[in-house]
Design a protein around this ligand. Structure first.
Ligand SMILES: *[C@@H]1O[C@H](CO)[C@@H](O)[C@H](O)[C@H]1NC(C)=O
Length: 254
Protein backbone atom coordinates (compact mmCIF):
# COMPACT_ATOMS: atom_id res chain seq x y z
CA UNK A 1 0.00 0.00 0.00
CA UNK A 2 1.44 3.35 -0.90
CA UNK A 3 0.61 6.31 1.32
CA UNK A 4 -1.43 7.98 -1.39
CA UNK A 5 -3.73 4.98 -1.68
CA UNK A 6 -4.25 5.03 2.05
CA UNK A 7 -6.09 8.28 2.37
CA UNK A 8 -9.21 8.04 0.35
CA UNK A 9 -10.63 11.26 1.56
CA UNK A 10 -9.53 13.96 3.90
CA UNK A 11 -12.36 16.19 4.93
CA UNK A 12 -12.38 19.40 6.89
CA UNK A 13 -15.78 20.19 8.21
CA UNK A 14 -16.93 23.46 9.67
CA UNK A 15 -20.42 23.46 10.98
CA UNK A 16 -22.31 26.57 11.93
CA UNK A 17 -25.43 26.43 14.00
CA UNK A 18 -27.63 29.20 12.75
CA UNK A 19 -30.95 28.74 14.44
CA UNK A 20 -32.33 26.65 17.25
CA UNK A 21 -35.94 27.12 18.17
CA UNK A 22 -37.44 25.73 21.35
CA UNK A 23 -36.57 22.59 23.27
CA UNK A 24 -37.36 20.18 20.46
CA UNK A 25 -34.96 22.10 18.24
CA UNK A 26 -35.12 23.05 14.61
CA UNK A 27 -31.67 23.11 13.16
CA UNK A 28 -30.59 25.27 10.31
CA UNK A 29 -26.89 24.87 9.70
CA UNK A 30 -24.24 25.00 7.04
CA UNK A 31 -21.31 22.67 6.49
CA UNK A 32 -18.20 23.54 4.51
CA UNK A 33 -16.00 20.70 3.32
CA UNK A 34 -12.64 20.49 1.65
CA UNK A 35 -12.38 17.06 0.03
CA UNK A 36 -9.31 15.46 -1.47
CA UNK A 37 -7.79 12.04 -1.94
CA UNK A 38 -4.45 13.03 -3.44
CA UNK A 39 -1.68 14.59 -1.39
CA UNK A 40 -0.86 16.73 -4.37
CA UNK A 41 -4.39 18.16 -3.93
CA UNK A 42 -5.04 17.66 -7.63
CA UNK A 43 -8.61 16.61 -6.88
CA UNK A 44 -9.32 19.20 -4.19
CA UNK A 45 -13.01 20.05 -4.02
CA UNK A 46 -14.87 22.64 -1.98
CA UNK A 47 -18.43 21.83 -0.93
CA UNK A 48 -20.66 24.23 0.95
CA UNK A 49 -24.09 22.98 1.92
CA UNK A 50 -27.08 24.20 3.88
CA UNK A 51 -29.23 21.91 5.97
CA UNK A 52 -32.58 22.20 7.68
CA UNK A 53 -33.02 19.48 10.28
CA UNK A 54 -31.76 16.36 8.50
CA UNK A 55 -32.27 17.50 4.94
CA UNK A 56 -29.65 19.22 2.82
CA UNK A 57 -31.53 21.67 0.65
CA UNK A 58 -28.82 23.51 -1.25
CA UNK A 59 -25.19 22.92 -2.08
CA UNK A 60 -22.32 24.69 -3.77
CA UNK A 61 -19.88 22.24 -5.35
CA UNK A 62 -16.65 23.78 -6.66
CA UNK A 63 -16.43 21.17 -9.41
CA UNK A 64 -19.88 22.19 -10.64
CA UNK A 65 -19.12 25.88 -10.00
CA UNK A 66 -22.62 26.89 -8.92
CA UNK A 67 -25.39 26.19 -6.43
CA UNK A 68 -27.74 23.23 -6.83
CA UNK A 69 -31.03 22.96 -4.92
CA UNK A 70 -32.58 19.75 -3.62
CA UNK A 71 -35.96 20.95 -2.38
CA UNK A 72 -38.42 23.46 -3.83
CA UNK A 73 -37.01 26.08 -1.47
CA UNK A 74 -33.44 25.03 -2.30
CA UNK A 75 -34.05 25.16 -6.05
CA UNK A 76 -35.57 28.62 -5.70
CA UNK A 77 -32.57 29.84 -3.69
CA UNK A 78 -30.09 28.27 -6.09
CA UNK A 79 -31.69 30.17 -8.97
CA UNK A 80 -31.40 33.48 -7.11
CA UNK A 81 -27.84 32.92 -5.84
CA UNK A 82 -26.58 31.72 -9.21
CA UNK A 83 -27.71 35.04 -10.74
CA UNK A 84 -25.32 36.89 -8.43
CA UNK A 85 -22.03 36.77 -10.35
CA UNK A 86 -20.02 38.45 -7.58
CA UNK A 87 -21.21 35.90 -5.02
CA UNK A 88 -20.50 33.01 -7.40
CA UNK A 89 -16.95 34.29 -8.02
CA UNK A 90 -16.41 34.54 -4.29
CA UNK A 91 -17.61 30.95 -3.77
CA UNK A 92 -15.48 29.66 -6.65
CA UNK A 93 -12.41 31.25 -5.04
CA UNK A 94 -13.01 29.46 -1.72
CA UNK A 95 -11.30 26.29 -2.92
CA UNK A 96 -7.97 28.13 -3.12
CA UNK A 97 -8.58 30.73 -0.42
CA UNK A 98 -9.91 28.42 2.26
CA UNK A 99 -9.25 24.81 1.30
CA UNK A 100 -5.78 24.61 -0.19
CA UNK A 101 -3.81 25.97 2.78
CA UNK A 102 -5.84 24.10 5.39
CA UNK A 103 -5.66 20.83 3.47
CA UNK A 104 -1.87 21.25 3.23
CA UNK A 105 -1.71 21.76 6.99
CA UNK A 106 -3.70 18.54 7.49
CA UNK A 107 -1.39 16.64 5.18
CA UNK A 108 1.78 17.91 6.85
CA UNK A 109 0.64 17.53 10.43
CA UNK A 110 -1.86 14.69 10.51
CA UNK A 111 -2.03 12.51 7.42
CA UNK A 112 1.73 11.94 7.25
CA UNK A 113 1.81 10.85 10.90
CA UNK A 114 1.13 7.19 11.61
CA UNK A 115 0.62 5.22 14.83
CA UNK A 116 1.17 1.47 15.01
CA UNK A 117 -1.69 -0.80 16.00
CA UNK A 118 -1.47 -3.00 19.04
CA UNK A 119 -2.55 -6.43 17.80
CA UNK A 120 -4.07 -9.05 20.10
CA UNK A 121 -4.95 -12.58 19.00
CA UNK A 122 -7.31 -14.39 21.36
CA UNK A 123 -9.78 -17.24 21.53
CA UNK A 124 -13.31 -15.87 21.35
CA UNK A 125 -15.02 -19.22 21.79
CA UNK A 126 -13.56 -22.74 22.05
CA UNK A 127 -15.13 -25.36 19.80
CA UNK A 128 -17.86 -27.42 21.42
CA UNK A 129 -19.62 -30.38 19.86
CA UNK A 130 -19.91 -29.66 16.16
CA UNK A 131 -19.75 -25.87 16.68
CA UNK A 132 -16.53 -24.35 15.35
CA UNK A 133 -14.14 -22.37 17.52
CA UNK A 134 -13.82 -18.61 17.07
CA UNK A 135 -10.52 -16.76 17.05
CA UNK A 136 -10.45 -13.01 17.39
CA UNK A 137 -7.79 -10.72 15.99
CA UNK A 138 -8.04 -7.18 17.33
CA UNK A 139 -5.96 -4.17 16.35
CA UNK A 140 -6.13 -1.20 18.70
CA UNK A 141 -5.14 2.46 18.66
CA UNK A 142 -3.83 2.87 15.15
CA UNK A 143 -3.80 5.85 12.80
CA UNK A 144 -4.70 6.39 10.02
CA UNK A 145 -7.90 4.44 9.51
CA UNK A 146 -6.88 2.33 6.52
CA UNK A 147 -5.83 -1.15 7.66
CA UNK A 148 -5.88 -4.69 6.34
CA UNK A 149 -6.44 -7.75 8.51
CA UNK A 150 -6.14 -11.21 6.95
CA UNK A 151 -6.14 -14.75 8.28
CA UNK A 152 -3.84 -17.58 7.25
CA UNK A 153 -4.22 -21.34 7.82
CA UNK A 154 -1.01 -23.19 7.08
CA UNK A 155 0.23 -20.08 5.25
CA UNK A 156 -2.79 -20.01 2.91
CA UNK A 157 -5.11 -17.03 3.08
CA UNK A 158 -8.56 -17.79 4.49
CA UNK A 159 -11.37 -16.11 2.59
CA UNK A 160 -14.59 -17.62 3.94
CA UNK A 161 -15.52 -17.94 7.66
CA UNK A 162 -14.08 -14.50 8.39
CA UNK A 163 -16.16 -11.66 9.76
CA UNK A 164 -14.61 -8.27 10.27
CA UNK A 165 -15.95 -5.08 11.79
CA UNK A 166 -15.46 -1.74 10.12
CA UNK A 167 -12.63 0.40 11.38
CA UNK A 168 -14.19 1.85 14.51
CA UNK A 169 -13.34 5.39 15.54
CA UNK A 170 -12.28 5.64 19.16
CA UNK A 171 -13.22 9.30 19.12
CA UNK A 172 -9.64 10.37 19.86
CA UNK A 173 -8.31 10.13 16.27
CA UNK A 174 -7.33 6.49 16.81
CA UNK A 175 -9.15 3.49 15.34
CA UNK A 176 -9.70 -0.14 16.23
CA UNK A 177 -10.84 -3.14 14.25
CA UNK A 178 -11.86 -6.70 15.12
CA UNK A 179 -11.80 -9.72 12.86
CA UNK A 180 -13.25 -13.13 13.72
CA UNK A 181 -12.26 -16.46 12.26
CA UNK A 182 -14.48 -19.51 12.66
CA UNK A 183 -12.53 -22.74 12.47
CA UNK A 184 -12.55 -26.37 13.42
CA UNK A 185 -9.22 -27.05 15.12
CA UNK A 186 -6.92 -29.53 13.41
CA UNK A 187 -3.84 -31.00 15.08
CA UNK A 188 -0.53 -29.49 13.98
CA UNK A 189 -2.15 -26.69 12.01
CA UNK A 190 -0.70 -23.16 11.92
CA UNK A 191 -3.19 -20.32 12.15
CA UNK A 192 -2.14 -16.71 12.01
CA UNK A 193 -3.52 -13.21 11.74
CA UNK A 194 -1.75 -10.75 9.47
CA UNK A 195 -2.03 -6.99 9.86
CA UNK A 196 -0.91 -4.48 7.25
CA UNK A 197 -0.82 -0.80 8.09
CA UNK A 198 1.02 2.32 6.90
CA UNK A 199 2.80 2.60 10.28
CA UNK A 200 4.42 -0.82 9.91
CA UNK A 201 7.58 -1.54 7.92
CA UNK A 202 6.01 -4.77 6.68
CA UNK A 203 3.08 -7.08 7.41
CA UNK A 204 2.77 -8.03 11.07
CA UNK A 205 2.01 -11.73 11.55
CA UNK A 206 0.79 -13.12 14.85
CA UNK A 207 0.71 -16.91 15.10
CA UNK A 208 -1.95 -18.57 17.24
CA UNK A 209 -0.55 -20.76 20.00
CA UNK A 210 -3.20 -23.49 20.37
CA UNK A 211 -1.40 -25.30 23.23
CA UNK A 212 -3.77 -23.83 25.74
CA UNK A 213 -6.10 -20.86 25.61
CA UNK A 214 -5.08 -18.08 27.94
CA UNK A 215 -8.07 -18.18 30.33
CA UNK A 216 -7.42 -21.91 30.87
CA UNK A 217 -3.73 -21.23 31.50
CA UNK A 218 -4.65 -18.58 34.05
CA UNK A 219 -7.11 -20.88 35.81
CA UNK A 220 -4.46 -23.59 36.10
CA UNK A 221 -1.87 -21.11 37.36
CA UNK A 222 -4.26 -19.81 40.02
CA UNK A 223 -5.18 -23.39 40.99
CA UNK A 224 -1.52 -24.40 41.29
CA UNK A 225 -0.69 -21.36 43.40
CA UNK A 226 -3.65 -22.18 45.67
CA UNK A 227 -2.48 -25.77 46.03
CA UNK A 228 1.08 -24.70 46.97
CA UNK A 229 -0.26 -22.20 49.49
CA UNK A 230 -2.55 -24.87 50.95
CA UNK A 231 0.36 -27.30 51.29
CA UNK A 232 2.50 -24.68 53.05
CA UNK A 233 -0.28 -23.85 55.52
CA UNK A 234 -0.91 -27.55 56.16
CA UNK A 235 2.79 -28.24 56.67
CA UNK A 236 3.15 -25.28 59.03
CA UNK A 237 0.12 -26.44 61.00
CA UNK A 238 1.46 -29.96 61.16
CA UNK A 239 4.90 -28.81 62.38
CA UNK A 240 3.28 -26.52 64.94
CA UNK A 241 1.09 -29.38 66.16
CA UNK A 242 4.08 -31.74 66.38
CA UNK A 243 6.20 -29.26 68.40
CA UNK A 244 3.32 -28.59 70.78
CA UNK A 245 2.57 -32.28 71.12
CA UNK A 246 6.21 -33.12 71.74
CA UNK A 247 6.42 -30.29 74.32
CA UNK A 248 3.46 -31.78 76.17
CA UNK A 249 4.94 -35.24 76.17
CA UNK A 250 8.19 -33.84 77.60
CA UNK A 251 6.40 -32.66 80.74
CA UNK A 252 6.64 -35.47 83.23
CA UNK A 253 3.45 -36.26 85.10
CA UNK A 254 4.87 -38.43 87.88
C1 LIG B 1 -19.28 17.59 -7.10
O1 LIG B 1 -19.61 17.56 -8.46
C2 LIG B 1 -18.88 16.63 -9.23
C3 LIG B 1 -19.30 16.81 -10.67
O2 LIG B 1 -20.69 16.66 -10.79
C4 LIG B 1 -19.15 15.23 -8.73
O3 LIG B 1 -18.40 14.29 -9.44
C5 LIG B 1 -18.78 15.17 -7.27
O4 LIG B 1 -19.10 13.88 -6.75
C6 LIG B 1 -19.51 16.24 -6.49
N1 LIG B 1 -19.01 16.19 -5.11
C7 LIG B 1 -19.79 15.92 -4.07
C8 LIG B 1 -19.14 15.85 -2.75
O5 LIG B 1 -20.99 15.74 -4.17
Amino acid sequence: MSPTQLFISGIITISTLLAVDGFNGYYHYSVDQCRFSSWALSDLEYISSYWYNKAEFIRFNSTVGKFVGYTEFGVHNAEQWNKDQAYLEQMRAEKDRYCRGNAQIDINNILTKTVQPEVVLSLGKPSSGDKPAVLMCSAYDFYPKMIKVTWYRDDKEVTGSVVSTEELADGDWYYQIHSHLEFTPKAGEKISCMVEHASLKGPLEIVWDPSMPEPERNKIAIGAAGLVLGLIVTAAGFIYYKTKARGRILVPTN
